[in-house]
Design a protein around this ligand. Structure first.
Ligand SMILES: [Zn+2]
Length: 415
């Protein structure tokens, strides 16, 4: 049965959540926010401290009377594993409960090698990180995948660039291998979450994150919450129809998709076909090589990159008009093609969007050195463990270890 995270039934969990979320910083503030008496607050805070989940911090600024000591959530009371899987690489990491990186590992890996080899490779990476740190029992696991993920089940649904993955449950695989709850999301959603939470500058404004790399996607944070839509597919802009050219074949089987005319994979295909036109490019081509050639002024690379950025910019301008973000963040491998990428997107947004939309709009590159996605994966697991309903399940025992099945069931009910 799901316990409601109410003050009456679970004051300990509620108090821990208030401190962790920053809504109360001292014992007197906890008393004001909860309406609990001083004695009860003191008892529950002492309990949380003895469980290792809260600690005393410095003295709060005086408001006239005696100075109260601030309380802090101990983000290193536990840790989570996070991974961000891309089309041709992955990053695995150990992170604290607030998504701060403890250690990480990056590896080139083609996801089209299929689910079982990819999952085994990820597990081996986690095992290596565990050996290096001694952190062998994660409280939870967060995974980002480069395709549509049904959020409630952690299942891939018809991912266009991942043959053999349709219907595969990343969650079930990890639940069979670890005694920890597992949350799975689309890669760009987690990039948006990571950048919004840990990116610089942090201003808390609504954020539209657009990733342009091998694939194209978007993630939207509205009022601090990730917009997933009904099943988890919100922001999957790679397959909106933008071209009536019947030759613009997409990997999803349709024609005219944004990815067919603007993605990294379409860039690789066309550059390979037309390589004789470039004095600078040589086989085998990579997106990194084409990006460097474009940044250096190679005419073919510039032409191919700019036609793609232009197609992407039109769609991004629609999205900005529709969602009115405070910040538009651009991420993914396209950043490596040079400053023209962001300039062209900004030009299109400024030309196409209404005045009220662009008035205070900030347009900037992602700020976390390509780590925003794996940080988002850690934050996803942290959120699954630390929301008030989850805390209610395990706060009394001081750790979610041993509660994995309950927490997983609970998260299914919450989504
Ligand atoms: Zn498509």
């Amino acid at each position: 049965m799901t316990l409601p995270a109410s003050l009456e039934s679970a004051p300990l969990a509620v108090i821990i959540d208030l401190v962790r979320s920053g809504r109360a910083a001292t014992r007197p503030e906890l008393g004001v926010v909860t309406g609990l008496g001083r004695k009860v607050v003191t008892q529950r805070v002492d309990q949380a401290i003895s469980l290792g989940l809260l600690e005393d911090g410095e003295l709060a600024p005086s408001s006239g009377g005696r100075q109260a000591r601030t309380l802090r959530f101990r983000a290193r009371a536990g840790y989570v594993y996070g991974a961000l899987v891309g089309a041709s690489e992955f990053t695995a990491a150990v992170l604290d409960l607030d998504g701060a990186l403890i250690t990480s590992h990056h590896e080139d890996w083609n996801v089209d090698r299929g689910p079982e080899p990819t999952m085994s490779r990820l597990e081996a990476a986690f095992a290596g990180l565990a050996r290096a740190t001694g952190l062998t029992r994660p409280w939870g696991i967060g995974i980002g995948m480069p395709g549509p993920v049904e959020f409630a089940t952690g299942r891939l649904v018809a991912p266009p660039i991942m043959p053999g993955w349709d219907g595969f449950s990343v969650r079930s695989w990890f639940r069979d291998h670890y005694d920890a709850p597992v949350w799975v999301d689309n890669d760009v959603n987690l990039m948006a979450l990571g950048e919004w939470t840990a990116g610089k500058p942090h201003d808390g404004r609504d954020m539209l994150f657009v990733k342009a790399g091998t694939g194209i996607g978007a993630g939207l944070i509205n009022r601090g919450r990730l917009l997933r839509g009904d099943r988890g597919a919100a922001g999957d802009i790679g397959h909106v129809h933008v071209s009536s050219d019947p030759a613009a074949l997409c990997r999803c089987g349709r024609t005219g998709c944004l990815e067919a005319v603007a993605s990294g994979w379409s860039l690789l295909e066309e550059a390979t076909r037309r390589i004789a036109e470039s004095p600078r490019l040589s086989l085998p081509l990579t997106l990194g090589k084409i990006g460097a050639a474009a940044a250096a002024g190679d005419p073919l690379a510039v032409e191919l990159v700019e036609t793609r950025v232009q197609a992407l910019a039109e769609v991004v301008a629609h999205l900005v008009n529709f969602t009115n973000p405070g910040v538009l963040v651009l991420g993914g491998g396209a950043l490596r093609t040079g400053p023209r990428f962001i300039e062209m997107i900004a030009e299109a947004v400024l030309a196409r969007c209404t005045d009220l939309v662009t008035r205070d709009l900030v347009i900037r590159p992602a700020s976390l050195d390509q780590m925003e996605g794996v940080i988002g994966a850690g934050l996803l697991a942290g959120a699954g463990l630390l929301n008030p309903s989850s805390l209610t399940q395990w706060a009394e025992s001081g750790s979610p270890l041993g509660h994995a099945a309950d927490l997983q069931r609970l998260s299914a009910e919450l989504t």
